[in-house]
Design a protein around this ligand. Structure first.
Ligand SMILES: [Zn+2]
Length: 242
């Protein structure tokens, strides 16, 4: 709590400094946030790290079969994703990320930038430092973060149901131990195995709308007891019509 208050005060100080410096804070009423605070309204044509941070948060809203590119350039695909996000939360859907959109994101995210209903430990039951996979630890951790935001969107679309994760990031050692494929996306941090309810097919079908380039589920070898989602790799869940 104290740490959180400290961050809040630090963010307030930053806001004040930015105002003094003459930066237009069109996000105005947006609350200070322990993770990331946007300092301007973003619309198509904008570019920069703040756009990229927005893209991460709306990565779960690319539309059916699409994957949003996290390139920091606010183009038509980002605008469409923002519109879908706004629609999902009952906001005016103008495709422009302003105070209302940012406040909705702030309400959804924790101080470590993960979405409210998912956490880093949940995505890494293999080790504590994300090392030993196919990419650097920081990349694996980032890839997991993006998958979490996609899952947050999917969870909301399913009626804010809890989604259970049985396995996500794996080092090569952890992957071998569970007999994972040698090129498994779990080695990259973005692969996530979903269990529990809704049904595996319901999860696989819904995942098609939320930026998962890879969906493997019932009917695909070794995937009758979970649904696997990841950033890239293609879809196959024959028993679910996928
Ligand atoms: Zn998997």
């Amino acid at each position: 709590m104290i740490r959180r208050l400290g961050r809040f005060l630090a963010a307030l100080a930053l806001t004040a400094a930015s105002t003094v410096a003459g930066v237009t804070l069109t996000a105005g009423a947006a609350q200070a946030d322990g993770c990331y605070t946007w300092g301007r309204t973003l619309a198509q044509g904008a570019s920069g790290e703040d756009v990229r941070q927005l893209q991460i948060r709306v990565a779960g809203y690319p539309g059916y079969g699409a994957v949003l590119t996290l390139d920091g350039a606010f183009g038509p695909a980002t605008r469409s994703a923002v519109i879908r996000f706004q629609q999902a939360y009952g906001l005016p859907a103008d495709g422009i990320a302003g105070p209302q959109t940012f406040n909705r994101i702030y309400a959804l995210q924790d101080d470590d930038c993960t979405p409210a209903n998912f956490s880093y430990p949940e995505l890494n039951k293999c080790n504590s430092d994300w090392s030993g996979g196919a990419v650097s630890a920081s990349t694996a951790r980032f890839n997991a973060l993006v998958s979490m935001w996609k899952l947050q969107a999917m969870r909301h679309a399913l009626g804010d149901v809890a989604i259970s994760i049985s396995s996500s990031f794996r080092s090569y050692a952890c992957n071998s131990a569970v007999g994972g494929a040698s090129n498994s996306r779990h080695l990259y941090g973005d692969g996530v195995d979903l269990t529990g309810s809704p049904s595996f097919c319901r999860l696989a079908q819904q995942a098609r709308n939320h930026g998962f380039g890879q969906i493997l589920g019932p009917g695909y070898p070794d995937h009758n007891d979970h649904t696997h989602v990841a950033a890239v790799g293609g879809w196959s869940a024959p028993n679910c019509g996928i």
